[in-house]
Ligand binder design. Structure first.
Ligand code: G
Ligand code: G
Ligand code: MN
Ligand code: NA
Length: 248
């Protein structure tokens, strides 16, 4: 069988799993996590989202994955009283007309507020079809979810459009954070980008935080939320839950 054929059986075969990478607030507390999809294929081993999401998008399977992920995350939220959880959306997942209704219904079923869901959409995806993305984001914002522009400053920034997007936060592109270790211009650039976000009243999230120096510099710039191997790798749900109950 091909990878694509295996992918189609993977939901029924229960081969998908979500892992959760914690986000740290400026006081060092874990206040959220990003849900990341894993395919543990019996035939192909661990297949990364970068490999299977394009296939899932082409066939429309990504819409079923979106519904499955939403249910898993709402069930997780019901058992994690304090955290918010972020979900990544692909192009087709974002413009799925059924998504806003499904969010209200699934969150209601598990008794969680939609405001504890944070949907991440990459800057490149918004730049590719700004009108469609804007109207989809408006419909999602009306459900009460929070919205984050992912990979911000990664090369597809549409700054003029940013003021009209109904988003709450930007997540800095990994390359911007890596630039912190590469001299004064990297630091200046990151300061300017976070200042831009703040001027628009947007929260700033940094991912790819790998060193104590990154953490100190990002905290110094007033970044609201840090994510990366320094804080924690992605965790299985049980481990995230154990950590949040025990406290960091
Ligand atoms: O952390 P990881 O290597 O799994 O992520 C690789 C890429 O796959 C990231 O860009 C991430 O946004 C994307 N990704 C991870 N999980 C999901 C998911 O559940 N849905 C979508 N659409 N993308 C995901
Ligand atoms: O692009 P997005 O942030 O949605 O995807 C998260 C991806 O980044 C996951 O594949 C995750 O495993 C990976 N990741 C998480 N923390 C770090 C980090 O500190 N450094 C690097 N290089 N990758 C990370
Ligand atoms: Mn993301
Ligand atoms: Na991404």
């Amino acid at each position: 069988a091909t990878l694509e054929a295996a992918l189609h059986g993977a939901l029924a075969a229960d081969e998908f799993q979500l892992v959760y990478q914690p986000l740290e607030d400026p006081s060092g507390r874990w206040h959220g996590a990003e849900a990341l999809l894993r395919w543990r294929s019996r035939t192909y081993g661990n297949v990364t989202p970068d490999q299977f999401m394009p296939l899932a998008e082409r066939s429309g399977l990504s819409l079923q994955l979106s519904a499955w992920t939403l249910t898993q995350v709402c069930a997780a939220l019901a058992r994690l009283p304090e955290l918010g959880v972020a979900i990544n959306l692909s192009a087709r997942q974002l413009v799925d007309p059924a998504l806003p209704g499904r969010i209200v219904q699934t969150a209601g079923q598990f008794g969680v507020s939609p405001s504890r869901l944070n949907l991440e959409v990459s800057e490149a995806l918004v730049a590719r079809a700004p009108e469609r993305a804007h109207s989809a984001l408006r419909a999602l914002a009306a459900t009460g979810v929070h919205l984050t522009l992912d990979d911000f400053g990664g090369g597809h920034a549409h700054l003029a459009g940013l003021q009209h997007l109904p988003i709450h936060a930007v997540k800095l592109d990994r390359a911007l954070v890596q630039g912190l270790g590469q001299g004064p211009r990297g630091v200046a650039l990151l300061g300017a980008v976070t200042g831009l976000a703040r001027a628009l009243d947007l929260k700033v999230i940094a991912k790819g935080v790998e060193t104590p120096a990154h953490r100190a510099q990002l905290n110094g710039l007033g970044v609201h939320s840090l994510q990366g191997f320094l804080i924690s790798p992605p965790l299985e749900f049980q481990d995230l839950q154990a950590w949040t109950l025990a406290g960091p």
